[in-house]
Design a protein around this ligand. Structure first.
Ligand code: ZN
Ligand code: ZN
Length: 422
């Protein structure tokens, strides 16, 4: 029996990779323009890092982490998210020493043991960005602007941005108490998860999608009504900065995020209604002003977000993935093969994407194969062409073919494919 892949661990096949590559390239371009630099982090960290950052009463830590003991008995985890490892590196490598605010982005696989469904896998991929070292709501607003710029550059429209403020350690405890009081006579309706967490973390129930928790939390007090002056001012600053930048965002007082380290700003970007079904969040994040200090670094207010690659890829228009047409080079007849490889190399030097086909067989069967490969053009070098010092170029879209001098081919193909894309 042949060996299969693991459930929830997905192969990203070539056609999909073209879409991913485009997303990654755009992200690098846009984030770099906003002054962010890339950081590459390991996929394995000490389990303790996630226990201390994400919080012990979260779904991720309670149920979804891939942890294992290494050969020395140390508990390690496949990273379930990117912020904690980034903060770990920020502290360990003293990245805060370089400048007042550090702007970093990362991309790569994350791992959570969840029930696989459309657009959700156990190995999933994120692109994330973090601004470390500033408390200013301008940083939050600019990061949201950056995200919006990326979506626009990918041709994705109709996304909705929702924002909220979760307050800070000074004002949130009073809200927690208020919410606990509100839920006190409704605990029977809560799901087992939320019931178990009501003491430590009643906010989680606001985020829970089970029908019981939805009805139990209906009409619950809003965290925004409990913000202290500083948090209220921060949230107001965020909204006016977003206005100034032309970023449309709706306040959703029920939005709390599933991680403990968030403070003040939280946000979520969803695709327009229905596009992705229930799993329609494509990016989310917020402020985590206490995390760096919590993990042993200097007090450093931060803002960050992560984009779900699999879901974003579903929204990118396949037709907008730029690619040069594939040119298949067919050499026919004795001695043509070697000449063909040489000509193919020259055409590549001139900027074309060329595969030399060394296969045997009739022209007809080889043309059929070219079609299956999705070749945009086929260049034929046969005995006639060698004698006349030309090549035959067939446009696979129109079927038109002509004999043309080798040095004119790159301009011909580039000109046509640009015309076709316009
Ligand atoms: Zn506060
Ligand atoms: Zn619940």
């Amino acid at each position: 029996m042949s060996i299969t892949g693991i459930r929830g661990f997905n192969d990203i096949l070539p056609e999909e990779c073209a879409v991913w590559r485009r997303i990654e390239d755009e992200a690098v371009r846009v984030f770099t323009a906003f002054g962010f630099s890339e950081i590459r982090l390991p996929v394995v960290e000490k389990t303790e890092l996630f226990l201390r950052s994400i919080g012990e009463t979260t779904d991720i830590v309670e149920k979804q982490m891939y942890t294992f003991s290494d050969r020395h008995g140390e508990s390690l985890a496949l990273r379930p998210e990117g912020t904690a490892p980034l903060v770990r590196a920020y502290i360990e490598k003293r990245l805060y020493a370089a400048s007042p605010a550090t702007r970093l982005f990362y991309m790569g696989p994350m791992f959570r043991y969840e029930r696989p469904q459309k657009g959700r896998y156990r190995q999933f991929h994120q692109i994330g960005a973090e601004v470390l070292g500033t408390e200013s709501p301008m940083a939050d607003a600019e990061a949201l602007k950056m995200l919006e710029t990326l979506f626009v550059s990918l041709g994705i429209s109709g996304v909705e941005i929702e924002i909220n403020s979760l307050g800070c350690p000074r004002c949130r405890p009073a809200y927690k108490e208020e919410l606990k009081g509100f839920l006190a006579d409704k605990t029977e309706r809560l799901c087992d998860n939320c019931k178990g967490r009501i003491g430590k973390n009643p906010l989680r129930a606001l985020d829970c999608k089970t029908p019981g928790c939805l009805t139990a939390t209906h009409g619950a007090p809003a965290v925004s009504d409990f913000l202290c002056d500083a948090c209220g001012g921060h949230f107001k600053g965020l909204r006016s900065a977003l206005d100034m930048l032309g970023v449309a965002a709706k306040v959703n007082p029920r939005m709390v995020r599933g991680l403990d380290y968030y403070t003040r700003t939280t946000f979520e970007v969803t695709s327009g209604a229905g596009t992705l079904g229930a799993q329609n969040a494509i990016a989310a994040g917020g402020r985590y002003d206490g995390l760096v200090e919590e993990l042993g670094g200097p007090a450093t207010p931060c803002f960050g977000f992560a984009i779900g690659m699999e879901r974003l890829a579903l929204l990118v228009d396949r037709n907008r993935v730029e690619k040069r047409p594939l040119v298949l080079f067919l050499a026919m007849g004795d001695g043509a093969g070697e000449k063909g490889v040489e000509v193919a190399a020259r055409l590549r030097d001139a900027g074309l994407r060329v595969v030399a086909d060394y296969a045997e067989g009739s022209l007809k069967s080889r043309m059929k194969r070219a079609d299956r490969m999705g070749a945009g053009y086929v260049i034929i070098l046969g005995e006639d062409e060698i004698r006349e010092g030309v090549l035959t170029v067939k446009d696979m879209t129109t079927g038109a073919q002509e004999k043309i001098a080798q040095d004119k081919i790159p301009a011909l193909i580039k000109g046509r494919s640009q015309g076709a894309q316009a």
